[in-house]
Design a protein around this ligand. Structure first.
Ligand SMILES: Cc1cc2nc3c(=O)[nH]c(=O)nc-3n(C[C@H](O)[C@H](O)[C@H](O)COP(=O)(O)OP(=O)(O)OC[C@H]3O[C@@H](n4cnc5c(N)ncnc54)[C@H](O)[C@@H]3O)c2cc1C
Length: 384
């Protein structure tokens, strides 16, 4: 293993490998990425790959639009087909307050020229006749949205990073970070020590434990979400959008020949990755409520993953005042996959140019929690 590097990245999920790739493309010098297990084994491999422009804050929309451009030409840039399927996202509102929020979202999204449609119940009924409609008050649909393959995107970034000279180590758990005069000096992996003046925390749901190694607390908690997939089931010949029953916090989409349906999000933090019967029952109840014909479907498999939740469900990006050279790329709150291209870009700019130029990330600084400048949005309730 290298004895010195310009930048060490801790964490080999989609965020870590994207940062590694973007740093290497900007010629950041020796870059080492350390992953305690295998690349992608954290949240990235458990993610459902959703990509959407339908966010309700400007900062998230900017990250989406920047990332979307990259997903569109991913194969050209990385030589890997990201399997980006533009099926659209359909949000369903069942209360008046949701309808109001959706209207506000659409007017914000339209300012960015996003082709989102505000739909009446009749329009939804005609376009997606398999949905239960008696309580639907309206919805929004955007054809730009869809999903891509997390492992394809991860391997695109990782291969690109390797080709550009990044050293990637798997089975390399960082167990300590040493400081000198308030700045990072080195990281320890077993008996190995790598000196570096910049260390990036890309630890996903483990971000808080990595931050503790430099003596700081960051408010990122792991919350389990369970996902289930039905056995092959023919619902319709039409394209099925990723459909979100906003009130129920439930969604579904096509997954090969079956349907992927979301289970519950745990209210309390844990690192539990088991799936349980109650969650499957909850997922089935929501599914048969909103799409009654799914009573005939059979659940074939499922898995659980961890969201890396911040207090306002927005990412925590950038430097920290207490420790020089320690950079945070954490707290994506269920949106890290879709924003990974832009995150890699802005963190590379921050490290090399001292400032993120593509998107102003100052509102995502960890300082916001001390100052009480949380980014509040009515849609935080929904996470893929
Ligand atoms: C069920 C589910 C569905 C999701 N769906 C979507 C979606 O549709 N769209 C979307 O955009 N996002 C989605 N997400 C969120 C998305 O998966 C995450 O935001 C994203 O994967 C975060 O990537 P990451 O690289 O930060 O974290 P991870 O992929 O968790 O990577 C962090 C890595 O750090 C490693 N690590 C931790 N500690 C150390 C250490 N001390 N030393 C070395 N390595 C260490 C871990 O092993 C891990 O591999 C979903 C998440 C879940 C759980």
């Amino acid at each position: 293993m290298e004895k010195t590097a310009e930048v060490v990245i801790i964490g080999g999920g989609v965020i870590g490998v994207s940062i590694a790739y973007h740093l290497a493309m900007k010629k950041a010098g020796r870059i080492v990425l350390l992953e305690k297990g295998q690349l992608g084994e954290g949240s990235t491999s458990r993610c459902v790959g959703g990509i959407r422009t339908q966010f309700s804050t400007e900062i998230n929309i900017r990250f989406s639009l920047e990332s979307l451009k990259r997903f569109e030409r991913f194969e050209e840039e990385f030589g890997v087909n990201p399997e980006f399927k533009r099926i659209g996202y359909l949000f369903l509102a069942t209360t008046e307050s949701e309808t109001e929020v959706f209207k506000e979202n659409v007017s914000l999204q339209k300012k960015f020229n996003i082709p989102v449609e505000l739909l009446s119940p009749d329009e939804i009924r005609v376009r997606w006749p398999y949905l239960r409609m008696d309580d639907i008050q309206g919805g929004t649909f955007c054809p730009w949205d869809g999903y891509a393959g997390p492992s394809e995107v991860l391997s695109g970034f990782a291969n690109g990073a390797r080709r550009a000279g990044v050293k990637i180590y798997e089975g390399a758990e960082v167990i300590g970070i040493s400081l000198e005069k308030g700045k990072v000096k080195s990281v320890r992996v077993g008996e190995e020590v790598i000196s570096a003046s910049t260390v990036v925390n890309a630890g996903g749901p483990y971000a808080a434990s990595i931050a503790e190694m430099v003596g700081i607390k960051i408010p990122v908690k792991p919350l389990r979400r369970q996902i289930f997939v039905t056995a092959p089931f023919h619902l319709t010949n039409q394209t099925i959008p990723l459909t979100i029953d906003f009130y129920r916090g439930w969604y579904f989409r096509q997954e090969v020949d079956g349907l992927l349906i979301s289970g519950p999000l745990d209210p309390e933090p844990s690192f539990n990755l088991n799936i349980d019967y109650e969650a499957m029952a909850d997922a089935s109840e929501n599914a048969t409520y909103r799409v009654p014909i799914l009573e005939k479907a059979r659940i074939a498999r499922g898995w659980a993953g961890l969201y890396e939740i911040s207090p306002d469900c927005h990412a925590i990006l950038g430097k920290i005042p207490e420790v020089g050279g320690f950079i945070l790329a954490n707290g994506f709150s269920g949106h890290g996959f879709q924003h990974s291209p832009a995150v890699g870009q802005v963190i590379a700019e921050l490290v090399l140019d001292g400032k993120a130029n593509t998107i102003d990330i100052s509102s995502l600084s960890i300082e916001r929690f001390k100052k009480g400048d949380l980014i509040l949005e009515p849609m935080t309730a929904f996470k893929e």
